[in-house]
Write a protein that binds this ligand. Structure first.
Ligand SMILES: [Zn+2]
Length: 267
């Protein structure tokens, strides 16, 4: 868990860097690397990592991005991996051990199995760098929240749906809960503080509740996303009160990561 104070500091640092390198909402990651004399390589590294930051003996930094895991220069996944490796460079506590040779170059894998504070911090920073708060709030997304809101934002910043959803949980204007699953097994969840703090009917690493839209969506592998469905809070949660507005769920299948992303919200 990153503390609120730490998040504020990471966010400030990322926003400061992004300010000088943004062109029509898009953070120019190559230019940031260039300005810091970081060399960047896109190559085939099999399934070993998404991105890796290396410091050589002359104290020069290099970022390696793995095409074999879909990290091409223009793909949202590649941009997130690039941004994540820049995070390891810009966050002092990550960079200094590499410089001093106290930490081995570390390959970052963007899944929910290889977590830890350093990876969480780099992911958080990466989201802030790619989607600066000031710009994020300016994108017109309409009044009603749905997956379309996220797709509009992900189009505006050229970021993956997953990265955009996570950023929305942090700074979005609507109360939402997100559950990420793979082959019907819950991998991860996040909700913002406005969303009711109810206990879930599932545990991470276990099957999703069968009556959820996500649970049904899992059996329709050809669909990219579902419509906005009206659902009962009891499908997902042990609700402690009856909400005054309707709960909705909509699911999206992320090709590049192989996850089902469930958005849950009220209106
Ligand atoms: Zn990493």
């Amino acid at each position: 868990m990153i503390t609120a104070l730490r998040k504020t500091n990471l966010h400030k640092l990322a926003a400061f860097i992004a300010e000088d390198f943004t062109s029509q909402n898009i953070t120019q990651l190559e230019k940031i690397a260039e300005s810091e004399d970081i060399s960047v390589y896109y190559d085939h590294y099999e399934n070993n990592f998404d991105g890796m930051l290396v410091c050589d003996e002359e104290n020069n930094f290099h970022i390696h991005l793995n095409i074999d895991r879909g990290n091409t220069p223009d793909s949202p996944r590649g941009r997130f991996s690039f941004s994540h490796e820049l995070a390891h460079y810009f966050i002092e506590e990550h960079r200094i051990p590499l410089l001093k040779g106290e930490a081995a170059p570390h390959g970052s894998l963007h899944d929910f199995e290889h977590r830890g504070l350093v990876e969480d911090e780099a992911d958080y920073f990466a989201g802030c760098l790619l989607m600066p708060e000031k710009l994020f709030r300016k994108v017109p997304t309409g009044k009603k929240f749905s997956l379309d809101t996220i797709l509009t934002l992900s189009g505006a910043f050229h970021t993956s749906v997953l990265a955009t959803v996570l950023r929305f949980v942090e700074i979005g204007t609507h109360e939402i809960c997100v559950v990420v699953s793979e082959k019907n097994i819950a991998k991860w969840f996040a909700k913002n503080s406005e969303f009711p703090d109810w206990a879930f009917r599932f545990k991470v690493h276990q099957a999703l509740p069968p009556s959820t839209v996500a649970g049904e969506f899992f059996s329709k592998p050809d669909a990219k996303y579902t419509g906005v469905e009206d659902v009962e809070p009891e499908n997902w949660f042990y609700p402690r009160w009856q909400p005054k507005t309707q709960m909705h769920e909509q699911c999206y299948f992320s090709d590049s990561y192989g996850y089902v992303i469930s958005l849950i919200w009220f209106d």
